[in-house]
Design a protein around this ligand. Structure first.
Ligand code: PGA
Length: 248
């Protein structure tokens, strides 16, 4: 899977450019999902019909509906044809003070509306240097594990490991470091999942580019990417998708 998080970037024009550029891929070989700002979702719904491309939202509310000014509910996202929703991105955690418990509520809400959450987890540079990575990631996952029916929740989840020090910095995790961390996440989750469900999808995110994607995807526990900056450039994004297919 290659997911493109446009963050607060993009335009109507970019929707069309991506539709043209990504048309060559079939969903037998790869799942490509674009996450534009909410405003462009109806345009994607229009332009991506009869294509293998899917789209999702960068966030959703923790409530189904009601007096929550400025929020968008998972039910509305499902209605516009979203298949996925990114939850717990580090920018939402850091800038908008979203907590693990709050994010877990949104995960529950998204699943109840048949959306697949891409849950982002990751440590800061200081936490990694202080050997706190495992503890931080486990704490972020614990809120999900503590939900009622957590096995069901985990079986629907995609997880994106995004070290915060690698996001938007051009400082990608080395394939070795990313692999080690992915393997630890997989082992940790395995305790909470029955054997047949242990193939949970783990994406890597943080300065993924055309020139580092092949080495990262060659790692056994990296199942795809969550791409920020490079998802706004159709040539880069196409190359990342190609690398993901070749490295399967
Ligand atoms: P980046 O962003 O690829 O620009 O580092 C990744 C993300 O924030 O999901």
């Amino acid at each position: 899977m290659v997911a493109g998080n446009w963050k607060m970037h993009g335009s109507y024009e970019l929707v069309g450019v991506m539709r043209e550029s990504l048309n060559c891929f079939s969903n037998d070989e790869i799942d490509i999902v674009l996450f534009p700002p909410f405003l462009y979702l109806p345009e994607m719904a229009k332009q991506f019909q009869n294509s293998s491309l899917t789209y999702g939202a960068q966030n959703c509310a923790n409530h189904l509906q009601g007096a929550y000014t400025g929020e968008v509910s998972a039910l509305m996202l499902a209605e516009i044809g979203c298949r996925y929703v990114i939850l717990g991105h580090s920018e939402r955690r850091a800038i908008y003070h979203e907590t693990d418990t709050f994010i877990a509520e949104k995960v529950k809400m998204a699943i109840s509306c048949d959306l697949i959450p891409i849950l982002c987890i990751g440590e800061t540079g200081e936490e990694r240097e202080a050997n706190q990575t495992d503890r931080v990631l486990q704490e972020q996952l614990q809120a999900i594990i503590s939900l009622p029916e957590s096995e069901k929740v985990l079986s629907k989840l995609v997880i994106a490991y995004e070290p915060i020090w690698a996001i938007g910095t051009g400082k990608t995790a080395t394939p070795k470091l990313a692999q080690e961390t992915h393997s630890q996440i997989r082992q940790f989750l395995a305790q909470y999942l029955p054997k047949e469900q242990q193939s949970i999808r783990l994406l890597y995110g943080g300065s993924v580019k055309a020139d580092n994607a092949a080495k990262l995807i060659a790692m056994p526990d990296i199942d795809g990417f969550l791409v920020g900056g490079a998802s706004l450039d159709s040539t880069q994004f196409v190359s990342i998708c190609q690398a993901a297919i070749e490295g399967r």
